[in-house]
Ligand binder design. Structure first.
Ligand SMILES: Cc1cc2nc3c(=O)[nH]c(=O)nc-3n(C[C@H](O)[C@H](O)[C@H](O)COP(=O)(O)OP(=O)(O)OC[C@H]3O[C@@H](n4cnc5c(N)ncnc54)[C@H](O)[C@@H]3O)c2cc1C
Ligand SMILES: Cc1cc2nc3c(=O)[nH]c(=O)nc-3n(C[C@H](O)[C@H](O)[C@H](O)COP(=O)(O)O)c2cc1C
Ligand code: SF4
Length: 475
């Protein structure tokens, strides 16, 4: 069975033969080849095209990708950093040798126009889509009907599909909350509201927009007040992080959807908990239902659930949060220390952003590394090379900040150490709900809901979308 390519394909040919006998020619039988094992001596695109030519005509179609399980999964379903088309270097040689078996390309294809062009130019006989169809199973129908703009976009973050699967949970989707909840939230489950209400949403982040979309689909009259000049809230900041522009796509889709449903978004209107403001809003909008989707605010004092303490010296002018930097509220010096307990994208993305602007950056974390959660979402192979030059200090936390001198504590060595000449210290330790409006509106209106980060701070886009869908169906 082993040794030469001919011998190595014997076992798979026997499997194909048995599968064909079993299926009796009634259905198409295809297979996935692993086109690049990405280590010395492993399969390469050239070797795999020879394997494919031996299998030509025995299966109906072949698709090919790269990366074996479990060590190279970062190349199986890639995050947003990788462009679609990255597997063509593997399928092009296969396509060149196959005469009977059809060749499918796979890997981050989300745009039906691009998919069509690959078939038209002969690079593929079919284009396979996994996540694009999880995010929107209606994609082929919408593309066929010339409604590609309606397709709900996969944002490529792998949080709720792969990220859940790898934890042993049923998969869902950050942008398509019906996935894994088909019986309750799938096709034909959205019922028109029995009483049409006036629904007033405060905040046009993803939670507010999704609530508005579902409520409007059910026939309610919906308006949104947003204090800034654009929709999307934190998701728009998240989409400005290096390499993560895909995240903005879901905001754009939601905005287009709610506009098409006649939802009025008024920008530049800050609903404060001042009684006069609340009374004015109530008299102006006369809502039956109020949705508080006002998001969350970063914790400024470095409090986190590891030392259960704020950081001494957090209130000095050269200490800030990542959001202060993304919102352009701070002029930074050249040596920056980032203290992170979230172990998600905030710290590495900021470190990359600052490093590429010539800053010297060190990230301290109480864990063994940064971005631990993202390792479950196939990010490391793509994210870590972007951080070459950033100093990562594990098992460490800040004891105190005295202007430009930061005292660190190493949990393993049980030692303190001083870092001098630090121009700015950035604290990334969590967020708190902006929920103060709930109480004031609840005094006046029976139906008031908190949605998204205003309900559970720091719970991310998937939760904000979930909460929006849940409340939109409830009102
Ligand atoms: C740097 C960064 C990176 C992130 N990366 C990711 C990621 O990769 N994946 C992920 O899933 N999540 C990520 N997140 C988190 C995610 O973006 C949020 O959890 C999610 O967008 C929260 O949505 P939301 O609608 O509940 O709140 P928000 O996005 O905070 O929206 C609240 C909206 O309400 C408006 N508003 C607030 N108060 C008022 C008021 N009084 N009157 C009128 N309007 C008001 C705000 O202007 C804002 O537009 C990231 C967050 C940050 C900051
Ligand atoms: C949740 C999930 C589970 C997957 N399971 C498998 C699998 O069992 N076998 C496999 O060959 N590929 C698997 N894949 C990889 C896909 O087949 C596909 O190659 C990959 O997701 C890239 O295509 P996409 O960008 O269209 O999602 C899985 C992908 C996802 C998102
Ligand atoms: S969870 Fe994210 S990556 Fe997975 S299908 Fe949904 S949007 Fe795409």
């Amino acid at each position: 069975m082993g040794g030469s390519i001919k011998n190595r394909t014997r076992f798979v040919q026997e499997i194909i033969k048995r599968v064909k006998e079993y299926t009796g020619g009634d259905i198409a039988v295809g297979m996935r080849l692993m086109g690049d094992e990405r280590f010395e001596g492993g399969n390469t695109p050239e070797v795999v095209s020879q394997i494919a030519s031996i299998l030509d005509g025995q299966v109906d179609w072949i698709t090919a990708d790269q990366g074996y399980s479990p060590h190279q999964e970062d190349w199986q379903a890639v995050p947003m950093y990788v462009e679609s088309g990255y597997n063509l270097r593997i399928t092009n040689p296969i396509k060149a040798v196959l005469k009977k078996t059809k060749v499918g390309v796979v890997g981050k294809y989300t745009d039906p126009g691009y998919a069509e062009s690959l078939i038209a130019n002969g690079q593929a006989d079919l284009v396979a889509m996994t996540r694009a169809l999880i995010a929107d199973p209606e994609l082929p129908n919408k593309a066929r009907a010339g409604m590609s703009a309606e397709i709900r976009p996969c944002i490529g973050a792998l949080q709720d599909c792969w990220g859940r699967m790898i934890r042993g949970l049923p998969i869902s989707c950050t942008v398509n909350l019906a996935v894994g909840r088909e019986e309750a939230w799938g096709n034909q489950t959205l019922t028109p509201a029995t009483t049409k209400k006036s629904v007033f949403v405060i905040g046009a982040g993803v939670a507010g927009l999704e609530t508005a979309r579902i409520a409007a689909l059910r026939g309610h009259k919906v308006r949104i007040y947003e204090k800034s000049k654009q929709a999307g809230g934190q998701a728009m900041i998240a989409g400005r992080l290096p390499g993560r522009g895909n995240l903005k796509a879901i905001v754009n889709w939601l905005v287009d959807q709610v506009k098409a449903l006649g939802v009025d978004i008024k920008y530049g209107l800050d609903v404060t908990d001042d009684q006069e403001v609340v009374d004015f809003v109530l008299s102006e909008e006369k809502p039956d239902v109020v949705i508080i989707a006002t998001g969350s605010t970063p914790i400024k004092n470095g409090f986190q659930p590891y030392t259960f303490n704020e950081i001494e010296g957090w209130d000095q002018p050269n200490v800030c949060t990542d959001e202060d930097i993304w919102q352009g509220r701070i002029e930074l010096g050249s040596k920056i220390l980032i203290a992170d307990t979230l172990s998600f994208i905030e710290a590495p993305a900021l470190a990359e952003h600052l490093m590429t602007r010539g800053k010297t950056v060190e990230v301290v974390t109480p864990f063994e590394n940064i971005a631990l959660e993202l390792n479950l979402m196939n990010h490391w192979e793509h994210l870590m090379p972007r951080l070459v030059g950033v100093k990562i200090t594990p098992f460490t936390w800040i004891k105190k900040i005295e202007r430009n001198v930061v005292t660190l504590y190493d949990f393993h060595e049980k030692q303190t150490k001083m870092v001098r000449d630090v121009d700015d210290t950035v604290l990334i330790t969590g967020r708190i709900q902006n929920d103060s409006l709930y109480r004031v509106f609840k005094e006046k209106i029976v139906e008031v809901y908190l949605a998204g980060d205003a309900n559970v701070a720091g719970a991310r886009i998937g939760f904000a979308m979930y909460d929006g869908q849940r409340i939109g169906r409830l009102v």
